[in-house]
Design a protein around this ligand. Structure first.
Ligand SMILES: NC(=O)c1ccc[n+]([C@@H]2O[C@H](COP(=O)([O-])OP(=O)(O)OC[C@H]3O[C@@H](n4cnc5c(N)ncnc54)[C@H](OP(=O)(O)O)[C@@H]3O)[C@@H](O)[C@H]2O)c1
Length: 323
């Protein structure tokens, strides 16, 4: 089968280890099934993997990709849930200490075929295209959980999204807006601020500027570069939900601000299969759809990776396969 895979790891030059070429078809173990993919989407996670974060050299070669939608062995149109929990785990699979994401321990979705546990398949609503459905399992699911499970703030609240252009950030804007939050964004880039406003953000600010008023919650995926601003922007008792650290993971906090203002710092990772089902239903109910930056055939995966690593993308980069 054709696949985009990591052949070596390089912390400084992640694309040096990216290969688009032939890999053996998967041999699903018992309880697993094979999905013939129609579309996959890139995530920052794939760049982290190529850098050797979350992926070790002894696992190579590893097919990359967490996001995918396709047709299962019975002919059902399905979306693949990327969190693989251990067989005996019950409850929220993101809290399973033994869980992994596709492409960390098991081959991922940037391929013709992917093997996954049967329980990881969710039926694709007919209203979503292959490209749209393929965007949902990672960045969009993460955004859904950050907003609706972890933030604790209700519609009508003001939510600040840091780094407007990212896959998670664009999902936060679209979902937050659809659910009735007042959504503010920051970006270093004027064009991305304008795009975020088109997408439904209520206001867009340059990264780091003082906001007109304090917000109820901040959605953080940038990390060290925006962390201090996130804490400074929160009202008393406000919540920062953090799920990523593209701009550095070692952030400094003034703890006095955290305890005097009784701020809540909440981590968030991916989401559950149930949340993925609800996210898809929300897309159907509200008409909200993933923001697709670029669609390319899998053969041109390198071009998509270059767009992602160059920080040029606004929304998701999708890779497609013919029927
Ligand atoms: N925990 C989880 O389950 C989970 C799931 C999905 C993603 N993530 C993580 O979340 C992060 C975002 O992922 P993504 O796919 O949405 O990706 P992304 O494309 O990496 O997001 C990039 C955005 O981050 C901002 N940014 C990057 N470096 C910055 C810096 N030095 N200063 C200020 N802003 C900076 C940029 O905003 P502007 O250019 O607009 O300023 C850019 O639009 C990644 O680190 C990813 O690993 C975690």
């Amino acid at each position: 089968m054709l696949a985009a895979y990591a052949d070596k790891l390089d912390a400084d030059d992640p694309l040096a280890g990216l290969v688009v070429g032939e890999r053996p078809d998967p041999q699903p173990p018992q309880g697993w099934t094979t999905v013939r993919l129609r579309a996959s989407a890139l995530n920052h996670h794939d760049l982290w993997s190529l850098r050797g974060v979350g992926l070790t050299a002894d696992k190579l070669p590893m097919v990359l990709g967490c996001d995918g939608a396709g047709v299962d062995e019975e002919g059902n149109e399905v979306v693949v849930h990327a969190v693989v929990s251990t067989d005996d785990h019950r409850g929220d699979e993101t809290l399973d200490p033994g869980r992994s994401l596709l492409s960390e321990r098991y081959d991922g979705t940037l391929a013709d075929l992917v093997a996954v546990p049967r329980r990881n398949l969710v039926l694709k609503p007919a209203e979503l295209s292959w490209e749209e459905a393929a965007c949902l399992p990672t960045a969009w699911l993460t955004a859904y959980r950050m907003l609706f499970t972890q933030s604790g703030v209700q519609p009508g609240s003001t939510v600040l999204v840091q780094g407007a252009g990212g896959g998670v950030a664009t999902a936060l804007v679209a979902l937050g807006r659809a659910a009735g939050y007042r959504v503010w964004v920051t970006s270093r880039d004027e064009a991305k601020r304008a795009r975020a406003l088109e997408l439904g953000a209520d206001a867009a600010f340059e990264s780091g500027v003082r906001l007109p008023e304090r917000v109820d919650a901040v959605m953080e995926t940038v990390g060290a570069a925006t962390w201090e601003h996130s804490l400074r922007s929160l009202r008393q008792g406000g919540t920062v939900v953090v799920s990523g650290a593209t701009g550095g993971a070692q952030a400094v906090s003034d703890l006095r601000r955290v305890f005097f203002l009784q701020l809540r710092v909440v981590g968030s990772t991916m989401g559950t299969r149930d949340e993925l089902e609800r996210l898809m239903r929300m897309c159907v109910q509200t008409g909200v759809r993933p923001v697709v930056d670029t669609t390319l055939p899998l053969e041109e995966a390198r071009t998509g990776f270059e767009r992602l690593s160059g920080g040029e993308a606004f929304g998701k980069v999708v890779l497609t396969r013919p029927a």
